[in-house]
Design a protein around this ligand. Structure first.
Ligand code: URA
Length: 478
């Protein structure tokens, strides 16, 4: 048995790589179960020595030989977040999953019914939610420093070890000020040049001076997203009885009143609030709340030139979801997906497959029309990976709200977004599989690609294949 202590993702990754290179099975590794986050007197990243004999430690006994395996990048992204979860079992779970991924279960993460995957997804969700809460509830206070310069300090009590996930957000937002955020496990410090991390501080040491209302009000007004005002939700998240004691509460009336004007201003000023749509998601993620919130999304630049966001349409209890690439010119104007020529072909194909269009939910990977101007014309342009990534939280939330039995990816963009970047439509079209999105997920031709096909015979063949794929899905759904 090998005993390993790690305190952060980078340490875990280095250890896991060494273990894997040496084919050490998860059953032979004991990841330290105690809370290893750095304490007040630890150096960050310093490994605790514990009571393990020197020769049992992987650093001593396992050589990190040349890696012979590749790790899917979605796993690394997931692992980076799960590593911030408070659970002492996270390192073991991550290594076990990594082991399975490189030992023949490469598509493991798509198996949402798998116990390990389910647990990892739950942990990731808890961490993400905690990061959101930190962004929303950190309150800075002004402190006097020795050199009379201004500095700000905040104490926050997250549920998980999320400082490093959240701190870059505060760095961007408060670039021109020096600040420190303290939590019990770690602190972050920004001196207007560099972001550094230090040990945590017990709650008893948290500052209680009360001089930071000005900054906080500025901050609150800047994160207040008028496109997602939900007064009921605000009351729930920030109970009214606390409003008198919160500096920002005096702003709420003004902000609510000015909201529509601010949406327009935000769009005009290119105020980028975050890197993905995640920051714009409403607290309640039913379809109607999502539809209202997406209007204010500026997670990528497409929102500036498109007429409007185009969210999905269809009944909330739809069992089948069809995902296209992005709205086209007609959809951009109408504000509804698949109302143009591609939509007509899709309607005909659904009909031929015996599927009622009114019973299915239609949406796109990207919610804004991307185009290039040629004179008066606006020519469709493929969304790039940054735009797809930025928009992903909307699609994921739609699917999570619908819980469909079938997800049909129309075309390569949707297929690669939901089934992985390696997905090849020409080779894997029509193959039904169970994924994290639905019991049966399938990719087939995009009607717009069929319309662009110059060879008439091939075009007919593609239409037939589209109808056949739809039909097969429909048979299982009914
Ligand atoms: N193409 C798409 O991918 N989606 C639409 O909504 C319209 C055309």
């Amino acid at each position: 048995m090998r005993f390993i202590h790690v305190t952060c993702f980078d340490d875990w990754r280095a250890e896991a790589r060494a273990l894997l290179s040496n084919e050490i099975s998860p059953a032979d590794v004991h990841w330290s179960p105690e809370d290893n986050q750095p304490g007040l007197f630890d150096q960050p990243h310093q490994k605790k020595t514990g009571e393990t004999a020197q020769d049992e430690r992987p650093n001593a006994s396992v050589q990190d030989t040349q890696s012979r395996f590749t790790v899917p990048s979605p796993f690394l992204e997931l692992a980076r977040q799960v590593a911030c979860h408070r659970s002492p079992t996270r390192w073991q779970l991550l290594y076990q999953t990594l082991w399975r991924l490189v030992h023949g279960e490469r598509r493991l993460l798509e198996m949402t019914t798998d116990d390990d995957v389910l647990l990892l997804q739950r942990m990731r969700k808890a961490v993400t939610r905690d990061v959101h809460k930190m962004k929303a509830f950190v309150r800075f206070r002004k402190i006097e420093t020795d050199d009379q310069s201004e500095s700000y300090i905040a104490w926050h009590r997250p549920d998980h070890f999320i400082m490093r996930l959240a701190a870059p957000f505060f760095q961007r937002r408060f670039k021109g000020m020096s600040w420190t955020i303290l939590t019990s496990h770690e602190s972050a410090h920004w001196d207007q040049h560099q972001l550094t991390y230090g040990p945590g501080l017990p709650a008893s040491e948290a500052p209680n001076a009360d001089a930071l209302e000005g900054l906080w009000k500025t901050y609150y007004a800047s994160i207040f997203n008028p496109a997602r005002i939900k007064v009921d939700m605000m009351k729930r998240e920030m109970p009214v009885r606390h409003w008198p004691t919160l500096p920002e509460a005096t702003l709420i009336d003004d902000l609510i009143r000015d909201a529509p004007a601010r949406v327009t201003e935000m769009i005009k000023n290119h105020e980028g609030f975050s890197e993905t749509g995640m920051h714009y998601l409403p607290a309640q993620q039913d379809l109607e709340s999502l539809r209202q919130a997406v209007v204010g999304c500026q997670a990528c630049d497409l929102c500036h030139d498109a007429t409007q966001s185009v969210f999905g349409v269809g009944p909330e209890d739809a069992r089948m979801v069809l995902v296209g690439e992005q709205p086209g010119e007609r959809e951009d104007i109408a504000g509804e997906p698949f109302v143009g020529p591609a939509g007509e072909l899709l309607n005909a194909s659904l009909r031929d497959a015996g599927i009622d269009r009114q019973a299915v939910y239609l949406t796109n990977v990207v919610k804004h029309f991307k185009f290039e101007r040629r004179g008066k014309r606006r020519l469709h342009k493929k969304p790039d990976s940054r735009e797809i990534y930025a928009c992903r939280p909307w699609l994921e939330s739609e699917i999570a709200a619908l819980k469909p039995q079938t997800v049909i990816c129309l075309g390569a963009t949707a297929a690669q977004a939901l089934l992985g970047r390696d997905f090849r439509l020409s080779q894997q079209r029509g193959h039904i599989q169970k994924t994290q999105w639905s019991e049966q997920t399938i990719a087939t031709w995009h009607p717009a690609a069929i319309l662009r096909m110059p060879d008439e015979n091939r075009k007919r063949e593609m239409v037939n294949q589209l109808v056949t794929d739809l039909k097969r899905c429909a048979e299982v759904v009914q």
